[in-house]
Design a protein around this ligand. Structure first.
Ligand code: 5GP
Length: 139
């Protein structure tokens, strides 16, 4: 199935410019063009998978491997006091570019953005069945 190239594939292929922080065989990282905070970074596997469940283990490993060092570098260079990692999958989940990416969003003492949600209440009997069901369908 052929899909139209995403903006991120066009950046990876050098067709569109970006403020690049890092690149290796599998991963590229660059600054978000509409940052929620100074230093807002996108970490993008070069493989064009539309969501995390479609990403190969090889690209996922490389993506995970790049994160600690990128997070340290963003923190050091910006002086941020904390950061959030955010990863949306699917339009309904807020994904606007259908190409896997992880946001590194620095937080500063005067930051006001929020990712907090009201905690729900677990039903342990349903949760135990659900955990089993999810575990049984893993490939
Ligand atoms: P999503 O909403 O899919 O999780 O995040 C997509 C992110 O990509 C957004 O934060 C948006 O600002 C960023 N973005 C969209 N187009 C471009 C672009 O052309 N260049 C860069 N650097 N970031 C982009």
């Amino acid at each position: 199935m052929s899909r139209e190239k995403t903006i991120f594939t066009r950046i990876i292929e050098g067709e569109l410019p970006c403020h690049k922080l890092f690149e290796d065989e599998y991963v590229i990282a660059f600054l978000d063009i509409q940052p929620l905070a100074r230093g807002h970074t996108l970490v993008v596997p070069k493989e064009s998978a539309p969501s995390m469940d479609k990403l190969s283990a090889e690209s996922a490993s490389a993506l995970g491997r790049s994160l600690p060092s990128l997070c340290r570098a963003v923190m050091r260079a910006t002086g941020a006091t904390a950061y959030n990692l955010l990863q949306n999958n699917g339009r309904e989940a807020g994904m606007s570019v259908p190409h896997v990416h992880i946001h590194i969003i620095p937080r500063y003492p005067d930051s006001t953005h929020s990712f907090l949600w009201g905690p729900g209440e677990i039903d342990h009997s349903e949760a135990s069945k659900l955990a089993e069901a999810i575990s049984a369908t893993m490939d």
